[in-house]
Design a protein around this ligand. Structure first.
Ligand code: ADP
Length: 744
C-alpha cells in the first residue's frame, strides 16, 4: 500500500463509487492500518489493523489527526500530533513522499511506519476530510539497521582504509584504520577540507581525475602516496566504486591498502638481485636434492656454465670432481639439519674440465613457515689467495732463515704489540722454549732498572707508530750477568699506510759499552792528572821565574854575557810554560763547572772580555763592533772565555796590511742562538778548519805568533758542554768567521 493506494481509496470514497458498508468491509479486511478524519482532523473511522498497529483503540470524534499514541521523528525528537503528516495534509499543504516516523504504543513499544495521508474534497474542492494509511516498516528498518551495523562492523574491523569521498573532494567518511594511516582523529580527518590535502603533491592531479571518474560511475584502482597529518608518507593502493549517497549524488567509496611495506620488499628484492648479479662471488641456490635453482653471473664466469645450462642440473653432476663426490651428501645432510657450512675450502670442476680452488659458504634457506627448502651457496675463487698464501709462507720462511743467520736478536710483533716471532738467537740467549713469545715475553730477563723505560718506550711507540732506539740490559744466563743491548724497532707499513707489523732487533753492545766506560774513566783520570799537574806546576814555575829574575838583577855583574842570554831563555821559557799551564787549567776546568745553568747577558760577557783584551786592542788599533746580543742560558765565565779567545785570535792573527776589524753578531734560530765573530785577518786554509779545534793544534810557530794551541780547543769544549756546535768559515788571506751555537 502506498500513497497511490490511499488516493485510490479517497477517490472511491469521494466518488461514492461503492457503498459505505462495502467500503468498510473492504478496509476492515485490509492488513494495513487505515483511519479517516473530518476536515478538523477528528477521527471518524479506523480499521482493526490500526488498533493492532497503534496498540490502542482511539476515541472517534475526540482523538485528532492520528490513531497513534505518541509520535517521533526518525532522529527521536517528539512530533506533536497537530504537526503529523495527516495534519499537514488537512491544512492543504503538500506532504513529501517517503516520510518515515516512529510511534510509541501505550505499552511503551515503538514501531516505524510510513504514513500516506490524502484529503477528501467536496464538489468545490474544499477539504472535507482525510484518509491515512500507516504502513508498518519496522521489519524493513530493522533489516536496514542490521545491514548498516554489519557494514559498520566490517568497515571498522577491516585493516584497510575505507573512505567515502564526495565529488568535490570532501571526505564524508573514514574508518579507524584509515585514520591511523593519516595520523588523524576522526574530527581532524573531517576537518580536512579536501582529501587531496593528504595526497602527496605529485599524485594530487591523478587522484583528482580518479575521484572524478569514480563519481561519474566507474570502478577503478590507483596507486598513490599519502602524506599524513604528521608528515609520514605511505604508499597506497586503492580500489574504488561509485556509491549512491543519501542526497542522491554519486560518491566515491574506496578500500585502500597501505603497500609501503610491499613496495619496500619489492625494492629490497630488486636490490638483492642486483647485488647477487654484481657480486664477484658465485651465488647459487639449490634444493635439498642438490638440484640447482638459481645461478648468478659470477657463477657463469667462475664455472663456465650459463644459467640455462646449470639450472635443473645437480651440483654433484655439474661441478664436483669424481674424487670429491662424497662431499655433496655430507653437505646436504648438514643443511637438512639446519646447519651452515662456513668457508669450506675445496676443489670444483669447470665446464672446460679444469679444476678450481674455491671456498664455499652454504646456508640453509627456509620458507615462510621456517621449513628448510634448499640452500644458498657462495663460492669464492681462492686460487689467487692460495697463491699469495704460498708466496707468503715462502717469504716468511726466507725471512726466518735470514733472521736466524743474523748475530742479533730479531723479533716481530703484531700492530697491537703482541710479539709473534723471535729468531734462534733469542732462544739461545734466553734459554726459553721454542714457542715462548707473546705479550711482554721479553720482560722476565730485562734488568729491573730498565723495565719501566723499556715498557714506556715500547707502548709509546705502539701508540704513535714512531720507530725508536733504546739501550737496556738483558740477563745473560750463561754468564749469569747483565749484558747491554741496543734495541731498535721500526714499524712496517702496509698499502694503506697503516702498521702491519713491528720489526725489531737487539744488538749486543756490551763490549762497546765497557770500552766506552773505560774510556770515560781514563779521560776523567787524565783530566784529573792534567788539572793537578798544571796546578802543581804553577808553584815551581813561579820559583824558576822569580829566581832567574833575581839572579839576573842581583848577580848580573858576576855572570858572563852567555850566562845572561841563557838566563833570559830560562825566563822566557818559564813565562811561556806559565801561560800554557794557566790555559791548560782553564781547559780542564771547562767541564768541571757543574753549577746550575744561569742566564747570562752576552753584552756583559763581551764587556768583560774586551776589558781583559784592552791592551791588545789598544796596541793593534783594532775596531770591535757588535750587533745587539741576547741573553743565553750559559755560565757567564764560559761566554766571556768564548768571546775573549775568538776576539783575541782575531786581533792576534791580523793581516799586516790592515788594521783589525772585528764584528760580533747573534742570530736566533729555533731553540738556539748562532753567534758569529768575523775578522779581516790572515784567514785559515779550509783544509785546517777541523784541525784547529784540537788541543795544542797550531798553524804557526810561537816565533811567528805566540800561543799554546789551547784557545780554540777550550771554545770547542765549552760549546760542546751546552750541546752546541762551533765551526769556522775562512780562506787564507781573506779573514775568518767563527760561528758557534748556544741554547736560548
Ligand atoms: P793559539 O792561538 O794559542 O795558537 P788557538 O787554539 O786559539 O791557539 O788557535 C789554533 C790555531 O788556529 C792558531 O794557531 C791559528 O793558526 C789558527 N787561528 C785561530 N784563530 C784564527 C784567526 N782568527 N785567524 C787565523 N787563524 C786563526
Amino acid at each position: 500500500m502506498n500513497r497511490g493506494s490511499a488516493e485510490a481509496l479517497t477517490a472511491l470514497v469521494s466518488r461514492q463509487a461503492i457503498s459505505d458498508a462495502v467500503f468498510r468491509e473492504l478496509v476492515e479486511a485490509l492488513p494495513v492500518a487505515i483511519y479517516m478524519t473530518d476536515a478538523q482532523g477528528r477521527l471518524t473511522y479506523f480499521n482493526a489493523a490500526a488498533i493492532k498497529l497503534s496498540g490502542r483503540t482511539p476515541e472517534l470524534g475526540t482523538d485528532k489527526w492520528c490513531v497513534t499514541w505518541k509520535l517521533f521523528l526518525p532522529d527521536g525528537t517528539p512530533l506533536p500530533h497537530d504537526q503529523c503528516p495527516m495534519a499537514v495534509a488537512l491544512r492543504g499543504d503538500d506532504v513529501p513522499t517517503g516520510i518515515e516516523c516512529i510511534a510509541e504504543r501505550p505499552d511503551g513499544t515503538r514501531f516505524w511506519f510510513m504514513p500516506s495521508p490524502a484529503v477528501l474534497r467536496d464538489g468545490e474542492g474544499r477539504i472535507i476530510g482525510g484518509i491515512n494509511l500507516l504502513m508498518d516498516i519496522t521489519d524493513r528498518r530493522d533489516a536496514e539497521m542490521e545491514a548498516k551495523e554489519q557494514f559498520r562492523a566490517i568497515v571498522d574491523t577491516t585493516p584497510e582504509c575505507v573512505k567515502i569521498v564526495a565529488r568535490d573532494g570532501t571526505l564524508l567518511f573514514m574508518n579507524p584504520p584509515g585514520l591511523g594511516m593519516i595520523d588523524a582523529s576522526y574530527a581532524e580527518a573531517m576537518a580536512v577540507k579536501n582529501v587531496c590535502d593528504v595526497i602527496a603533491p605529485e599524485d594530487r592531479e591523478r587522484f583528482r581525475a580518479f575521484n572524478e571518474m569514480v563519481c561519474s560511475g566507474q570502478k577503478g584502482s590507483l596507486q598513490f602516496d599519502i602524506v599524513g597529518l604528521k608528515g609520514k608518507r605511505h604508499h597506497m593502493e586503492t580500489h574504488a566504486a561509485p556509491l549512491r549517497h543519501m542526497d542522491g549524488s554519486t560518491v566515491h567509496l574506496a578500500v585502500t591498502h597501505d603497500i609501503t611495506e610491499r613496495k619496500h620488499a619489492e625494492r629490497v628484492s630488486l636490490l638483492l638481485s642486483a647485488i647477487v648479479d654484481s657480486s664477484d662471488d658465485a651465488i647459487i641456490s639449490k634444493d635439498l636434492d642438490g638440484v640447482i635453482t638459481s645461478w648468478n653471473k659470477s657463477a657463469e664466469r667462475l664455472f663456465g656454465y650459463t644459467a640455462a645450462e646449470a639450472i635443473g642440473q645437480t651440483v654433484a653432476n655439474l661441478l664436483i670432481p669424481e674424487d670429491r663426490q662424497e662431499e655433496e651428501p655430507n653437505i646436504l645432510a648438514l643443511l637438512r639439519k639446519g646447519e651452515r657450512v662456513d668457508h669450506f675450502d675445496t676443489v670444483r670442476r669447470r665446464k672446460d674440465g679444469s679444476l678450481i680452488d674455491i671456498s664455499l659458504t652454504i646456508s640453509p634457506v627456509r620458507n615462510a613457515q621456517g621449513v628448510i627448502i634448499g640452500a644458498s651457496k657462495i663460492a669464492r675463487d681462492i686460487t689467487e689467495s692460495k697463491r699469495i698464501q704460498a708466496k707468503l709462507v715462502e717469504s716468511e720462511a726466507r725471512f726466518r732463515q735470514l733472521a736466524d743467520a743474523m748475530p742479533q736478536i730479531v723479533w716481530t710483533a703484531r700492530p697491537d704489540g703482541y710479539v709473534d716471532y723471535y729468531n734462534e738467537r733469542w732462544y739461545e740467549f734466553t734459554g726459553t722454549g721454542r714457542f715462548a713469545f707473546g705479550d711482554a715475553s721479553w720482560e722476565p730477563i730485562l734488568h729491573p732498572q730498565d723495565l719501566q723505560i723499556a715498557r714506556d718506550t715500547w707502548y709509546a711507540a705502539l701508540h704513535s707508530g714512531d720507530p725508536y732506539n733504546i739501550e737496556c740490559r738483558f740477563l745473560d744466563r750463561r754468564e749469569n750477568r747483565w749484558r747491554w743491548f741496543m734495541g731498535r724497532a721500526v714499524p712496517v707499513r702496509g698499502a694503506g699506510e697503516s702498521i702491519v707489523k713491528w720489526f725489531g732487533t737487539y744488538t749486543d753492545i756490551d763490549e762497546q759499552k765497557q770500552v766506552e766506560d773505560q774510556l770515560r774513566r781514563a779521560n776523567a783520570d787524565l783530566e784529573q792528572f792534567a788539572f793537578s799537574a798544571s796546578h802543581d806546576l804553577q808553584e815551581p814555575l813561579r820559583s824558576i821565574k822569580v829566581y832567574s829574575e833575581l839572579l839576573t838583577k842581583r848577580h848580573s855583574d858576576k855572570l858572563s854575557g852567555e850566562a845572561l842570554k841563557f838566563m833570559n831563555f830560562l825566563r822566557n821559557g818559564a813565562t811561556r810554560m806559565e801561560i800554557l799551564v794557566r790555559d791548560l787549567l782553564t781547559y780542564t776546568q771547562a767541564r768541571r763547572f757543574d753549577q746550575p745553568p744561569e742566564v747570562t747577558d752576552a753584552n756583559e760577557a763581551l764587556k768583560t772580555a774586551l776589558a781583559n783584551l784592552s791592551d791588545a786592542i789598544a796596541s793593534s788599533g783594532a775596531a770591535i763592533k757588535s750587533g745587539p746580543l741576547p741573553s743565553v742560558a750559559v755560565n757567564g765565565t764560559h761566554l766571556q772565555q768564548l768571546f775573549q779567545n775568538l776576539i783575541g785570535n782575531a786581533i792576534k792573527y791580523r793581516s799586516p796590511e790592515r788594521l783589525p776589524d772585528v764584528r760580533l753578531e747573534a742570530e736566533q734560530q729555533t731553540g738556539y742562538w748562532v753567534f758569529s765573530v768575523a775578522d779581516n785577518g790572515i784567514g785559515i786554509d779550509p783544509k785546517y778548519k777541523e784541525t784547529i779545534f784540537g788541543l795544542f793544534k797550531r798553524l804557526h810557530s810561537s816565533d811567528e805568533y805566540s800561543g799554546t794551541g789551547i784557545g780554540l780547543a777550550l771554545c770547542h769544549r765549552i760549546v760542546d758542554r751546552y750541546h752546541g756546535r762551533i765551526w769556522v768559515e775562512s780562506e787564507s788571506g781573506r779573514g775568518s768567521i767563527f760561528r758557534f751555537t748556544l741554547p736560548v
